[in-house]
Design a protein around this ligand. Structure first.
Ligand code: PLP
Length: 451
């Protein structure tokens, strides 16, 4: 109908990352409010959000404490910046908290409004250090194929997805090495340990070919998120960090999804037992209740950035809303809620149930693999399980499965040929069962149609 919310959305707004044929087939969903892990559309229909919004609404959609923290701070002091030696008291407290909960014994924090900007900021810090420390050629950034680091010109260049070619990206000097997905990229007869060794060897070969002194940093998500939930092969970060250390290249953990509990620990790097040189955070840092990103520098980079800034007199970078007091107040509350009110604990409690549900659905002959860590998981749709052959066709099978789930009141996300689940931390076992039951019905329906 011409005046429906859906058609008004289609007429006046632009969606991000939207497969328009798929949306035209099924129609948009315009949401008005939420309760726990559910969102409600303009027609009053409810949807269990199996993706926590965009991985971030970990405390659900109606957490009273978070809204109260925002309201109290709006009443107290509604906005300020962090330029020219000024910042709000909330910003001071949040930086202390972030360093305290980080894997670093010392550190410093710089704020942005998003994860993309936090990655941009980190790259600019590395470029700034290169110039200030007398290595102006040290500008190249290494990331991995299938990684996702954001959408600004720099963070999209870091992102290892072919879709950015429509923008003429990546920019020069952004290099992508292999994706540590053993099931998909392991060679015939290659063990997982051999695969990991090959990933490290290929990284070293790239560093040598490019010139070790031209490389500013290596960025990696502990578990790749938007690449389709890809946990690293066993021992990956230990093998990679050994190579990076040999050439003095910083390892930056992009913890935008993994940070604050998603993989069962505060940080994904703790789950995989490595200490990076810096952490990129966003999303869960405010449980999605305020846009915020943060660069958390470990001791070495923090000291070097401070020295370089003093030598040059300033670090000429920052956003109007960097360290916004309302965002900082919300983040302080969100960190408390996730870490001290049982949400991170609930991730650990629910993980076996979540994994069992994924494993059960993976018995379907058209699911090639289930994978995941903590409360992030994926099921990979395949035409042929034995040969791992993907489905073909314009409207991908995963897209059709997600559309069918939406019809049945479940939001889940198609990423490549995978269906991704990333439920809020406040979920119960019953919520997970509802999610898996709805997904199972959709899998059966769509696979019967395409078989
Ligand atoms: N890094 C990772 C690992 C992400 O998953 C995302 C977003 O999904 C980003 C960076 C970009 O964050 P934003 O969308 O807030 O710019």
């Amino acid at each position: 109908t011409p005046n429906s919310w859906e058609s008004r959305a289609d007429s006046y707004s632009l969606y991000g990352f939207t497969d328009l044929p798929s949306i035209h087939e099924r129609g948009a969903v315009i949401v008005t409010h939420g309760k726990g892990p559910y969102v409600y559309d303009v027609h009053g229909r409810s949807y269990l959000d199996g993706n926590s919004g965009l991985w971030n609404m970990v405390a659900g959609f109606d957490h009273p404490g978070l809204a109260e923290a925002a309201k109290a701070q709006y009443d107290r002091f509604p906005g300020y910046h962090a330029f020219f030696g000024r910042m709000s008291d909330q910003t001071v407290m949040l930086s202390e908290k972030l360093v305290e909960v980080s894997p670093f014994d010392r550190g410093r924090v710089f704020y942005t409004n998003s994860g993309s900007e936090a990655n941009d900021t980190m790259v600019k810090m590395l470029w700034f250090l290169a110039g200030a420390e007398g290595h102006p050629q040290r500008r190249k950034i290494i990331t991995r194929i299938n990684s996702y680091h954001g959408v600004t010109a720099v963070s999209a260049s870091m992102t290892g997805k072919p879709y950015n070619s429509v923008f003429g990206l990546p920019l020069p000097g952004f290099i992508h090495v292999g994706c540590p997905h053993y099931w998909r990229f392991g060679k015939d007869g290659e063990s997982e340990a051999q695969f990991t060794e090959r990933m490290a060897r290929e990284l070293e070969a790239t560093i040598i070919t490019e010139g070790p002194d031209t490389i500013a940093g290596f960025f990696a998500e502990p578990v790749m998120g938007a690449g389709g939930v890809i946990p690293p092969s066993a021992g990956y970060f230990q093998a990679v960090q050994k190579v990076l250390k040999k050439y003095g290249i910083p390892l930056i953990a992009d913890e935008v999804i993994c940070g604050f509990g998603r993989t069962g620990n505060t940080w994904g790097c703790q789950t995989y037992d490595f200490v990076p040189d810096a952490i990129i955070s966003s999303k869960n840092i405010t449980a999605g209740y305020f846009p915020m990103g943060a660069v958390i520098l470990g001791p070495d980079l923090a000291d070097r950035l401070q020295d370089a800034s003093e030598a040059i007199e300033e670090f000429p970078h920052g956003f109007t809303a960097s360290g916004h007091p309302v965002g900082c107040a919300v983040a302080l509350k969100a960190i408390d809620v996730v870490m001290n009110e049982g949400l991170a604990e609930n991730v650990r409690t629910l993980t076996p149930h979540f994994e069992a549900g994924l494993a059960r659905l993976a018995e379907n002959p058209n699911i090639g693999e289930w994978r995941g860590k903590g409360l992030m998981g994926a099921l990979e749709a395949v035409k042929d399980k034995a040969t791992k052959t993907p489905f073909d066709g314009k409207l991908s099978v995963s897209e059709r499965i997600a559309n069918t789930c939406t019809d049945h009141g479940l939001i889940c996300r198609p990423l490549g040929q995978a269906i991704v689940l990333c439920p809020p931390f406040i979920c119960t076992k019953d919520h997970l069962d509802e999610m898996f039951d709805k997904l199972e019905k959709a899998l059966k329906k769509v696979f019967a149609e395409v078989a």
